[in-house]
Design a protein around this ligand. Structure first.
Ligand code: AVJ
Length: 300
C-alpha cells in the first residue's frame, strides 16, 4: 500500500451532499444539531437587542437554516434592521437558503455569498458591526494548525465591537460519538460515499462508490472522529482531468473527514492564542455541546 489517500472534506457538499447532511442533522443518533438548536433557543432572547442594525454573518451556513432559531426569536421588528449574510462553499446551499428565507422573512435583508471562508474572508462586507457565527462544530473539521489559522483570520477581520459565536462538539463517551457517525439508516455512509461522485464530476473520474465501505471511528489519541472509505476489492480508477490512474487493494482507505471533539480548557487556550476573549459560554446540562461567544482581546 502506498501513502494514505485523502479527499478534503469540503468536497462533501455538492447539492446531494448538502441534502444528505441535512438528513443527518435529523437522525436520532446525531445529537449535535438538536443540542445546538436548543442552546440557540435559550440564548436567542439575549440576542434580540444585540442584533439590531447589525450584520449576522454565518460562515459555512449550509442549507439547513439553524439560524432560523435565532431569526425567529428576534422578532419581525429587529429582523427588519439587520442583514443576514450566509457564506458557504456550496452554491446550491446558498440559493436554497436565500429562497426559503425570502419567503419566511420578507422584511429581512439577505446577502448570500458563495465562498471558501477558510481563505476568502475578505469578500465579506465589513462596514456594519457584525456577529459572526460558525455553528455545527464545523470547526472540528480543521486540524490544529488550520483551526488556529482560521481563528486568527476571523479575529483579524473582526472590529472591536464584533462578536464571534462558535459551536464546539465536546469530548464524551466513545459509544455516543461513534453512533453519531454510524447511524442505523446508513445516511452517513451515503454521505461519505457521495464525496466520490463529487470527485468524479469535477475530475472526470470513475471511482465506484459501491467499491467502498463506510468507516467511522473515534481516535482517542487525537480526540477526533475519523471517516474513511475502505476499498472492498482490488481495482484501479482513473481521474482523467489529472491524467492519473489510482490503484486500490482491498482494505486501502481514503481519508475523507476528521471531526475533532473538544474540552473546555482547549477552547480557552485556542481563543487566547488567536487573540480572542471568551465573553460568554453556553452549554447544555450534560455539556455535550458548547456555543462559545468570543470578542477581540483588546476590547476591555
Ligand atoms: C458539518 C462537519 C460538523 O463533523 O459532524 C456529519 C459533518 N460528517 N456526519 C461533523 C458530518 C458526518 C459534520 N460537520
Amino acid at each position: 500500500m502506498s501513502s494514505q489517500k485523502a479527499i478534503p472534506s469540503k468536497y462533501f457538499y455538492d447539492a446531494r451532499g448538502s441534502k444528505l447532511f441535512e438528513h443527518i442533522c435529523k437522525l436520532p443518533e446525531y445529537y449535535l444539531t438538536r443540542i445546538e438548536i436548543s442552546i440557540l433557543e435559550d440564548i436567542a432572547p439575549e440576542f434580540t437587542q444585540i442584533l439590531r442594525h447589525k450584520d449576522l454573518v454565518e460562515l459555512g451556513s449550509g442549507a439547513d437554516l439553524k439560524i432560523r432559531t435565532m431569526l425567529d426569536s428576534v422578532g419581525r421588528e429587529s429582523r427588519a434592521t439587520l442583514r443576514y449574510i450566509p457564506v458557504d462553499i456550496s452554491e446550491s446551499a446558498i440559493s436554497n437558503a436565500l429562497q426559503s428565507l425570502l419567503e419566511l422573512y420578507p422584511e429581512l435583508e439577505v446577502l448570500g455569498i458563495v465562498a471558501d471562508f477558510t481563505c476568502q474572508l475578505n469578500v465579506i462586507p465589513s462596514h456594519r458591526p457584525a456577529i459572526f457565527c460558525f455553528l455545527g462544530s464545523t470547526i472540528g473539521n480543521f486540524d490544529k494548525d488550520e483551526t488556529m489559522l482560521f481563528l486568527r483570520n476571523v479575529a483579524e477581520a473582526m472590529k472591536l465591537e464584533d462578536r464571534l459565536l462558535i459551536g464546539f462538539d465536546m469530548v464524551k463517551s466513545q459509544e455516543i460519538l461513534e453512533a453519531a457517525y454510524n447511524d442505523s439508516e446508513g445516511v452517513t455512509a451515503e454521505f461519505n460515499k457521495n464525496i466520490l461522485n463529487v470527485v468524479n464530476g469535477s475530475l472526470h473520474g470513475n471511482l465506484d462508490p459501491c467499491a467502498f465501505d463506510h468507516l467511522a471511528f473515534y481516535n482517542e489519541k487525537y480526540q477526533r472522529i475519523e471517516m474513511h472509505l475502505k476499498a472492498n476489492c482490488d481495482f484501479s480508477a482513473r481521474l482523467k482531468a489529472l491524467d492519473l490512474e489510482v490503484e486500490f487493494t482491498a482494505g486501502d482507505t481514503i481519508h475523507t473527514e476528521i471531526s475533532r471533539k473538544f474540552k473546555r480548557e482547549e477552547i480557552e487556550e485556542l481563543a487566547f492564542h488567536a487573540g480572542l476573549r471568551i465573553a460568554n459560554w453556553h452549554t447544555d446540562s450534560e455539556e455535550w455541546f458548547s456555543l462559545v461567544e468570543m470578542s477581540c482581546h483588546s476590547e476591555n
